[in-house]
Design a protein. Structure first.
Length: 210
């Protein structure tokens, strides 16, 4: 069971763990796609700092309110075979609306930007693609004393909303990106005049520990 997180999320935030072991890692300018690395996807209520409400396994959402996908990933299948430019994607399907954005992912301990996240919107209600690309791994290992990038796993968040009322809809995420088939059933209700969730303060941060 996931631990309850008392924190607010906005846009996209990532936690990565890098362990330095014995074998040497080769770093290349161009990278390979890392497939089937997403292990779980949940919906986070950004405004209220908790997981979105579910009833009978159906996420109860409100139109035009900010939520985030909480995406767990594990790159351990590529231990000892990670290089600069390696990347993985998270495809967000319809009917979700996602804004385009990009930023560096900086390891707090070493201060090295070890990755870059790029969110590419497909338009209102048409989903998006999130691409996370590894970089500066040799600098990271030099500063931390490691020789191999291994045990990379963590969680990232990407912000979204739904701009239409939906009685019930089931979405399936790209099975080339996930370790198992992941589906979500959502119900989107009309926003009422007493719903102030869009003006509640939010915090955006990127955290990478190594």
């Amino acid at each position: 069971m996931r631990m309850f997180r008392k924190r607010l999320m906005m846009l996209l935030s990532v936690f990565l763990a890098f362990l330095g072991l014995n074998a040497h890692t080769v770093f290349a300018d161009s990278g390979k796609e890392l497939t089937n690395v997403i292990t779980d996807i949940a919906i986070w209520d950004t405004s209220n700092g908790r997981y979105a409400t579910q009833s009978g396994g159906v996420y109860q959402l409100t139109e035009n309110v900010s939520y985030s996908f909480e995406v767990d990933f594990d790159l351990s299948a590529y231990d000892g075979n990670l290089a600069n430019g390696d990347y993985f994607t998270f495809t967000i399907p319809e009917p979700f609306t996602v804004a385009s954005t990009s930023f560096e992912l900086t390891d707090e301990e070493s201060g090295v930007a070890v990755g870059e996240a790029v969110v590419t919107s497909n338009g209102e209600g048409l989903g998006a693609t999130v691409t996370i690309t590894l970089k500066n791994l040799e600098e990271y290992l030099e500063k931390t004393g490691g020789t191999e990038v291994q045990g990379v796993q963590g969680t990232f968040y990407t912000n979204f909303s739904v701009t239409e009322v939906i009685t019930e809809e089931t979405v399936t995420f790209d099975t080339t990106e996930t370790t198992d088939t992941i589906t979500h059933t959502i119900k989107v209700s009309e926003r009422t005049s007493t719903d102030y969730s869009s003006v509640i303060g939010k915090t955006n941060f990127s955290k990478i520990n190594g």
